[in-house]
Design a protein around this ligand. Structure first.
Ligand SMILES: Nc1ncnc2c1ncn2[C@@H]1O[C@H](COP(=O)(O)OP(=O)(O)OP(=O)(O)O)[C@@H](O)[C@H]1O
Ligand SMILES: [Mg+2]
Length: 148
C-alpha cells in the first residue's frame, strides 16, 4: 500500500492532485472518495479524468441523480456518486456492480458508504481545514498492484 498525504490550497490544486494520481495508477482500480459535502471529491475526479488520454474536453460533474457516468477516456472511467443510493442491494439492481467489476477501467466512487468494495481498491480522504476555507487535507492510499 502506498500512502500520500497532501495539502491543497484551491480547487485547481485538488484537480492537479487527481491528475497526478491518474498518471501513477493503472487499471483496474476502484478508488473510493470519502469526504463531506463540498470536500472536493468531484474536483479530484475531474482532474483525474482530464489527465487521461481523450479526457481533456470531458465535462465532469457529480452524477448525483444518474448515480453513474462513464467517460470514454483511455482507459475508461466510471464515475459513481452513491449519495442517493438506498442500500447495497440497489447496486446490483441498477447495474452499478458490474461497473465496479470492469477489469479494463477505473471506477471512482463518491459517497461509497454502501459498498463492499471489489479488490483492488484505493481510498482518497478529503477533509476541510478549519480556518482555511480554500484548503483541504488529502490522504491517498493506493494498493501497490495498481502502481503504473
Ligand atoms: N482546496 C480545494 N479543493 C477542492 N475544492 C475546493 C478547495 N477549496 C475550495 N473548494 C471548493 O469546494 C467545492 C468542492 O466541490 P466538489 O463538488 O468537488 O465537492 P464534493 O466533495 O464532490 O461534494 P459532494 O459531496 O456534494 O459531491 C467547490 O465549490 C470548490 O470551488
Ligand atoms: Mg461530488
Amino acid at each position: 500500500m502506498t500512502q500520500l498525504v497532501r495539502l491543497t490550497r484551491s480547487e485547481a490544486e485538488t484537480e492537479a492532485l487527481g491528475a497526478e494520481i491518474a498518471r501513477r495508477v493503472r487499471a483496474p482500480l476502484v478508488l473510493l472518495l470519502d469526504g463531506e459535502l463540498g470536500a472536493g471529491k468531484t474536483a479530484f475526479v475531474r482532474g483525474f479524468v482530464q489527465a487521461l488520454p481523450g479526457g481533456d474536453a470531458v465535462v465532469v460533474q457529480s452524477p448525483t441523480f444518474a448515480l453513474a457516468r462513464s467517460y470514454r477516456t483511455l482507459p475508461p472511467v466510471h464515475h459513481l456518486d452513491l449519495y442517493r443510493l438506498e442500500g447495497a442491494r440497489g447496486l446490483e439492481e441498477l447495474g452499478l456492480a458490474e461497473l465496479l467489476d470492469d477489469a479494463a477501467a477505473f471506477s471512482l466512487v463518491e459517497w461509497p458508504g454502501a459498498l463492499a468494495p471489489a479488490s483492488p481498491f484505493g481510498r482518497v480522504r478529503l477533509r476541510l481545514v478549519d480556518a482555511a476555507p480554500e484548503q483541504r487535507s488529502v490522504e491517498i492510499e493506493l494498493p501497490d498492484a495498481t502502481n503504473a
